[in-house]
Design a protein around this ligand. Structure first.
Ligand SMILES: O=C(O)CCC(=O)C(=O)O
Length: 217
C-alpha cells in the first residue's frame, strides 16, 4: 500500500452515475451489489468483529511514525507476507469465515487469493489514506477483491497522472464486492476519508494474491 499525499480536487462524482458501470479510463473496476445477502453479511460482520485478532499498528508515512487510523489484521497462507508503510505483515492462519469467502471468489471469479487484509473502521474518525495497492509482492496488475460490511463509507478513486480528472466516489454497500484489476493500481489511487457525520462501524476485506517474497519471508 503505497501512500500518496493529499492535495487538489475536492469535488467528487459518483462512479455509478453512468448507468451502473464502473467505467474508468486506465482501470478495470467491477461493483457487485448484494454479493452477500443481507443476513449472511450480518453474520460475517459479527463473526469478524468477534474473531479477528485486531490490532492498531504503528505505520511509517513520509518519514514519520503514526498509529494506524483503523484496526486491521492480515490472514493468509503460510509465507504470504505483505509489507506496506514500514509494516511487515506475517499471515495469521485463515479463519473459517474468511475461508468461505475466499472459496466463493475462487468458484465464482476463477481467482484464488492467498491472503486478505481485514480493516475495521470503528467510526467516522477511522480512515484509510490515499494509496495504490502496488507493492512488489502483489505483482504486475494485481487483482484486489474488496468486500464491504456494516456502515456505508465513501470510497474515493483518483487518477495519479491526469490531475484534471475528477475524483470518483463509490459508497460500497453492506455485502457488496468491489473488484479492482488490470491497470487500476498503476494509474489510480484510492482512499476512505474520515467522515464528519456520525457513522456506524464498517469492516472491509481486501483479498489479494501475494507472491511469496523470498527477500522477506
Ligand atoms: O476499506 C476500503 O474500502 C478500502 C481498503 C483499502 O483500500 C485497502 O485495504 O487497501
Amino acid at each position: 500500500m503505497n501512500s500518496i499525499g493529499t492535495s487538489r480536487r475536492s469535488r467528487s462524482i459518483s462512479l455509478l452515475s453512468s448507468g451502473g458501470d464502473c467505467d474508468l479510463p486506465d482501470a478495470c473496476v467491477d461493483y457487485v451489489r448484494g454479493f452477500l445477502p443481507p443476513q449472511t453479511a450480518d453474520g460475517v460482520f459479527d463473526s469478524l468483529i468477534k474473531q479477528v485478532q485486531w490490532r492498531q499498528p504503528k505505520i511509517k508515512l513520509f518519514g514519520k511514525t503514526f498509529l494506524s487510523p483503523r484496526l486491521s489484521a492480515w490472514y493468509g497462507d503460510a509465507g504470504a507476507v505483505y509489507s506496506y508503510s514500514g509494516l511487515v505483515n506475517q499471515p495469521l492462519p485463515w479463519l473459517p469465515v474468511l475461508q468461505v469467502l475466499r472459496r466463493r471468489l475462487k468458484d465464482e471469479w476463477a481467482w484464488n487469493p492467498n491472503a486478505v487484509l481485514v480493516n475495521w473502521y470503528r467510526d467516522g474518525r477511522d480512515s484509510m489514506g490515499w494509496h495504490s495497492d502496488d507493492e512488489f509482492e502483489l505483482g504486475n496488475e494485481p487483482t484486489i477483491a474488496s468486500i464491504s460490511l456494516g456502515a456505508s463509507r465513501r470510497f474515493l478513486l483518483r487518477h495519479q497522472k491526469h490531475k484534471h480528472m475528477p475524483i470518483y466516489e463509490l459508497v460500497p454497500e453492506h455485502g457488496s464486492l468491489l473488484i479492482m484489476a488490470g491497470s487500476t493500481q498503476k494509474f489510480w489511487c484510492h482512499s476512505v476519508p474520515k467522515s464528519a457525520h456520525a457513522v456506524g462501524q464498517r469492516v472491509n476485506l481486501t483479498f489479494r494474491l501475494v507472491r511469496k517474497n523470498e527477500r522477506i519471508s
